[in-house]
Structures are given as structure tokens and as C-alpha cells.
Design a protein around this ligand. Structure first.
Ligand SMILES: C[S@@+](CC[C@H](N)C(=O)[O-])C[C@H]1O[C@@H](n2cnc3c(N)ncnc32)[C@H](O)[C@@H]1O
Length: 231
């Protein structure tokens, strides 16, 4: 069996390369002081959202939140909803923890692990109200496209984890990746494109501008949003 034929949870091609990254003192302190309260330790056990948030409410999952700008903004804007962020980059997690603790938010939890494995092992089917994927690493060289997170198998995995009527919102500033996303999503059965087949969304939903969006715009890139519902 080749790497690409393996089930997604066994695939060894990852969508990220773990860099050490330098932590500021505030980020390191936040990781030490606030992980216990807001972090979800790695395990293979399925998550019980009600136990995690001490209440039952819609759960929004953001994959690759960077330094968590959008996640933070939304968790403040929608206190009635529960947010889970997944990221592998330590300094970004430290930054978000610092802000979440400072603002005493209670509707946000953080996982430091590969999102594909988390989705596969820890998230129950039909359980998420929304999945967000904002400015995922574009892996712009053709030989690296296999590292892109949004592949057909990943789309089916997300579909499986969303509740009926749940949605996935993606945004990218790489035209070639945007087209790939559109093609894959339009061809994934049981996903309906909010903008209509073959079209990007004019609606930016609830997302807020992030570091990577600003970086893309500085380079003169456009931004493409894609929003799909699970039927
Ligand atoms: C280009 S950055 C975008 C960050 C943020 N969404 C923004 O707009 O500023 C992509 C992020 O996704 C994270 N990432 C990539 N693959 C991931 C995976 N499989 N699981 C968790 N995080 C991942 C990377 O560590 C990186 O921080």
C-alpha cells in the first residue's frame, strides 16, 4: 500500500512541519500557568463536549488557529457558543492562552496536536456545528501540494464530524488552493455550496482578519471564502 492509499489517520504526510519557534516570556508563562484550565491533554479518548464546557451548546472547531485572533474574537462575540481550537505551533498557543486567561473566557478550549488525528479519534460523528479553516498553509510548490490539508479524504472526514445542517467555512489567499478547495468541496456528496456550485462566497461569515490574511493582502493577494453546509 502506498502512502496515499492509506487511511487518513495512518497517512504520514502531514500538513505542517513542527518548528521549535521562539516563545516570548508571556507565551511560556501562559503555557505553564493556563494549560491546565484551557488545554485538552493528548489522548485517544473521544471528547465529551458537555463535560468539557460544563454545558451543552453548539461547538465550533477551528483548525490551525495560528495565534488565535479569529478564535478569540468569535469566542468574545458569541459567549453562548463553545469553541475548540487546534494548533501545533507552541508560541501561537501560548499567545492565545495568555489572552484567554486575561479575558477570563470560559467558552474556549485548546488542543495541541495534529487536527487530522484529533478529528479522526476524538471527535464524535455528527457532533460539530461548524469547522473553520482559515488561511491553511498553502504549500505553494506543486511537489508539496500533497501536504495541503484540504484533500478529498479530509473533506469527507469533516463531513462525517459535522451535524446535519452544520457548516465548514474556509478562507485562503492562494488562488490555486482556493480552486482546489472549490473543486474538492463541490464534488463531495452531501456538502452544499452556500454560494452555488462553482462559486466562492461573498460572505465572510463571522471570521475576523488574521495575521496571515494581512500578510497575503500585503503581497497583493485576493482572499477567497468558501462556505458549505452538510445536508
Ligand atoms: C498559515 S497558518 C494560518 C494561521 C491562522 N489561521 C491565520 O489565519 O493567521 C496555518 C496554521 O495551521 C497550523 N496547522 C497546519 N496543519 C495543522 C494540523 N494538521 N493540525 C493543527 N494545526 C495545523 C500551522 O501550525 C499554522 O499555524
Amino acid at each position: 500500500m502506498t502512502e496515499n492509499q492509506q487511511p487518513i489517520h495512518l497517512r504520514r504526510i502531514r500538513s505542517y512541519i513542527l518548528r521549535q519557534g521562539r516563545h516570548t516570556d508571556a507565551q511560556r508563562n501562559a503555557l505553564e500557568s493556563h494549560w491546565q484550565q484551557y488545554g485538552i491533554d493528548n489522548s485517544t479518548a473521544p471528547l465529551d463536549f458537555t463535560q468539557l464546557f460544563h454545558r451543552t451548546s453548539d461547538v465550533i472547531l477551528e483548525i490551525g488557529f495560528g495565534n488565535g485572533e479569529s478564535l478569540l474574537h468569535q469566542s468574545i462575540q458569541f459567549p453562548e457558543k463553545n469553541f475548540i481550537g487546534i494548533e501545533v505551533h507552541g508560541p501561537g498557543i501560548g499567545y492565545l492562552l495568555h489572552r484567554v486567561a486575561e479575558l477570563k473566557l470560559s467558552n474556549i478550549r485548546i488542543i495541541r496536536h495534529d487536527a487530522v488525528e484529533v478529528l479522526t479519534r476524538r471527535i464524535a460523528d455528527n457532533s460539530l456545528a461548524c469547522v473553520q479553516l482559515f488561511f491553511p498553509d498553502p504549500w505553494h510548490k506543486r511537489r508539496h501540494h500533497k501536504r495541503r490539508l484540504l484533500q478529498a479524504e479530509f473533506a469527507r472526514l469533516v463531513l462525517c464530524k459535522l451535524k446535519p445542517g452544520g457548516k465548514i467555512h474556509m478562507a485562503t489567499d492562494w488562488q490555486n488552493y482556493a480552486r482546489q478547495m472549490l473543486n474538492i468541496m463541490d464534488n463531495t456528496e452531501n456538502f452544499t455550496n452556500l454560494a452555488g456550485k462553482g462559486r466562492f462566497s461573498d460572505d465572510k461569515g463571522t471570521r475576523t482578519e488574521t495575521k496571515f490574511e494581512r500578510r497575503g493582502k500585503k503581497l497583493g493577494h485576493n482572499v477567497w471564502d468558501l462556505i458549505y453546509y452538510k445536508s
